[in-house]
Design a protein around this ligand. Sequence first.
Ligand code: DP6
Length: 368
Amino acid sequence: MNKMLTEQDFIFKNFSEDLPEKGSFTWKTPSNIALVKYWGKRDPQLPENPSISFTLDACFTITTLEFKKSNLVQGDQKINFDVFFADEKKDDFKPKIQIFFERIKQYVPFISDYDFVIRSRNSFPHSSGIASSASGMSALALCIMSLEKELSPNMTDAYFNKKASFLARLGSGSASRSIEGELVVWGNHNDIQGSNDLYGVEFPSTVHDNFKNYHDTILLVDKGEKQVSSTVGHDLMHGHPFAEKRFEQAHQNLSELNEILQNGDLKRFINIIESEALTLHAMMLTSNPCFILMKPNTLTIINKIWEFRARTNSNICFTLDAGANVHVLYPENEKELVINFIESDLIKYCQNNHYICDRVGLGAKQFE
Ligand code: DP6
């Protein structure tokens, strides 16, 4: 099904099946790293510009959603749930999930009939500075879609995945890109067929072999809690003096990247990826109030990567998300050269020498 779906298509209408009494679903979902960045949004969780990301493999969340018919009378009351993270009860995770449930209730009204227990864990250390909202929210959205599929057994896989991405987006924008595919586009872009603001779609064109099995070694420069959350950062794009130009630039960069991903031009790839990373942080540096998420070691690593590239003509490059950690990206055929360089020259700038070797992955998987 390649049809583009509208918001109306995501409203649950099928009440023919009886609601199951109780049960559970488990999904493993990856994190992702944006190449063209999403930074700036409007209600309800719609991006101001399109973005594209590599799906990761080693950084993932596993979430089990246990559900049981609620004894409470249906009505306007809040959804009743408990959250456990790495076996520990986490009441401080509840407000964000409560907001998510409130936002998605109109599309999955059956959730009001249940009490839930959410059990989640990440493959990456909790305090690693790696955002877990993309993998966490997409896992939860997929568990809810598994419940919807019990009620609508004839649902197609295509609809299942699109609605999972649609729901995940309402939890965290970047989570819409953590459902399926190696490269995922979220946000309407004229050159990319099927792309739209409501849900993520797999990059529709054939990707050049140069980008197969692409590597992302994540250098954990600072594992502390960020001083400014992504949500606050997005908000500061309202009234930002450079916002409109930035949104335009993201469209142009995605147009170029669309060609590059097909023709395999690694030098142009590097140029766009690094410019996107530094532009994201430039938006933070120039917002009001302004803030800096990079640390001195972030800049040291960037400079070392540039020196190494000039010396060796390698296709190594970096990107950043909303934090101090550096994602080092490189093609499969350079993995030995680059990993040796990382280990000998870059690891010393990581907190406790900590880094994660990741690569492009395929997307979410259900556990039976
Ligand atoms: C810098 O998806 O974390 O990683 O929608 O408020 O949950 P919310 O924000 P979030 O923002 C991600 C920002 C980014 C860039 C990106 O992933 O595209």
